[in-house]
Design a protein around this ligand. Structure first.
Ligand code: CTP
Length: 401
């Protein structure tokens, strides 16, 4: 939910008191929350509580009677990633079903570009009434998702169906719908991932390599594939296995082999996530026979390997999104920024061996992400599977911008 913009509409029912808990849950999950209230709802929950908890001004009227400021319903409609109306009274429901527009909340509903969810709350007979049920059906036909009312004790003293769903249930529904929107972005999009080390042979038995386990790239591949993306993973030598059988894995050993595959596949990919720890140099000559220890000193000439990520950045179209990694021992941010620019990346995942539990050969990682809009976000130390989720979630937010 990090960075998600949730617009919460509150209408005038007893259940409005529970909205304070919903706002807290949304804020705790990292979402940005703005609220619009119908004038009647302020009899049930104070706008001061709503604005304090949401950390934003509350919209109630079309314009402020004191200073004439206009509350722009169109802006609300463009701002939100998701619109939730809770509680939804029978009165607002009926107006929504018929296109009425006599308050700010209703005007915003009609201007809304994002998915709208509603959590109705009313007395059992009102909820069961054919008119209410017809109006709810109408909203569903209009593309609104209805979070059904629950059964239980009602404000009238009666027992039955009509209680607003609990804030935890509403939160789960919001998360589900946001993820579905994400999956739609990734559905059948092709992602090219590089992972693991490269081994540069010195002779038939020895090589120059590094300690990369490949874990980060493999977990990102799993995460993206489970969200419907078509993933091709070009992997250097590693013990890792993909968990999702739909992922196409191409095994390579050297930087040259990895480069050849990337040259073939990058032009037809939508996203590239290049996490491989490619050896920057390879031996100039590869001995055909095993090198014998017949000299006191041995020098090996090395030549530069192709910079695979830079090639992809140089051949990136406007429709493609490219993500790189940087492992630094010093000046993390400065070096990361240079790589972001020189390799024409959309964002770069930075990590440093100085952070305990981060980097090569361990199960955890501590990353920060720097993007081409110069936003920097720092994450906690986490298992690599969770770091993969953070990276994929950042990709989503980046694509939506
Ligand atoms: N990379 C690549 N091909 C190379 C070297 C690096 O594709 N020959 C990619 C890595 O997969 C990573 C990013 O470039 O996404 C950064 O790699 P890194 O080794 O940190 O940076 P370099 O560009 O090699 O710079 P330096 O080693 O000088 O820090």
């Amino acid at each position: 939910m990090r960075g998600k913009r949730i617009l919460l509409g509150i209408t005038g029912g007893i259940a409005a008191y529970k909205i304070a808990f919903l706002i807290r849950l949304l804020k705790k999950s990292g979402a940005e929350v703005k609220c619009i209230m119908t004038p009647a709802s302020s009899d049930f929950i104070s706008p001061v509580v709503v604005s304090t908890l949401s950390e934003n001004p509350v919209g109630i009227e079309f314009w402020d009677k004191n200073d004439g400021t206009w509350n722009n319903h169109v802006e609300y409609g463009l701002w939100a990633d998701l619109f939730i109306i809770a509680p939804l009274t029978a009165n607002t429901l009926s107006k929504m079903a018929n296109g009425s527009c006599d308050n700010l909340l209703l005007a915003t509903y009609l201007s809304m570009r994002a998915k709208t969810l509603v959590a109705p709350a009313m007395d059992l007979d009102m909820y069961a009434h054919a008119t209410t049920q017809r109006n709810l059906k109408q909203l569903e036909n209009d593309g609104v998702h209805v979070i059904p009312a629950e059964s239980g004790a009602l404000a009238s003293g009666l027992e039955g169906e009509g209680r607003m769903a609990e804030p935890e249930i509403i939160l789960a529904s919001i998360e589900y719908h946001l993820n579905r929107a994400f999956e739609a972005i990734l559905d059948r999009r092709s992602v090219l991932i590089t992972a693991g080390p490269t081994f540069e042979a010195l002779d038939p038995v020895r090589f120059i390599g590094n300690h990369s386990s490949g874990k980060m790239g493999y977990r990102i591949a799993d995460e993206l594939s489970s969200m419907g993306a078509e993933v091709i993973l070009i992997s250097g030598p590693t013990q890792q296995k993909v968990r999702n059988r739909d992922i196409a894995v191409i095994q390579v050993s050297t930087a040259d082999q990895m480069f050849k595959e990337v040259q073939k596949l990058w032009p037809m990919s939508d996203f590239g996530i290049f996490s491989a720890a490619v050896a920057d140099y390879k031996p100039k000559e590869q001995e055909i026979k095993k090198i014998k220890k017949n000299k006191e000193e041995l020098s090996i000439d090395l030549v530069r390997n192709p910079d695979i990520l830079k090639w992809a950045g140089d051949h990136k179209s406007n429709q493609q999104t490219l993500v790189g990694f940087a492992l630094e021992t010093n000046d993390l941010l400065e070096n990361g920024r240079k790589k972001l620019i020189s390799k024409n990346l959309d964002f770069i995942v930075l990590n440093t061996l100085q952070d305990k539990g981060a980097g090569f050969g361990v199960d955890t990682n501590k990353i920060s992400i720097l993007d081409s809009h110069n936003n920097l976000e720092e994450f906690e130390l986490k298992p690599k599977a969770e770091v993969a989720k953070d990276i994929v979630s950042y990709l989503k937010t980046y694509l939506e911008k």
